[in-house]
Ligand binder design. Sequence first.
Ligand SMILES: [Zn+2]
Length: 116
Amino acid sequence: MHETGLAQEIVNIVEEIARQHSPKQVIRITLNIGEMVAVVPDMLKFAFQAIVENTPLNNARLEVQIIPVTAVCNKCRKSFHISQFEFSCPYCSSVDLTVRSGDEFLIKELEFKECP
Ligand SMILES: [Zn+2]
């Protein structure tokens, strides 16, 4: 299940950042994940919860924003949303495309809480 590996990667990165902001606590993690990464958000959240149990990140909520796949046609220069992994231009049928978004996997935002 590739969500477990991804969740572990997120935890490693966030733990490192959290250490630098200690003693503040991470309460929210917002991820931007491209459609092409083909992540099931619920599975990712489930894997994340399992990993952070009994760690300082236990209180952090994971939010996932799916970024649609968009591309620009190198022939007619139109840009469009790609659905169902149809990698051809809907205007001129060219397959000479440049993907503009949809393959990202990044931590967009971390929210911290001051500790009393
Ligand atoms: Zn085109």
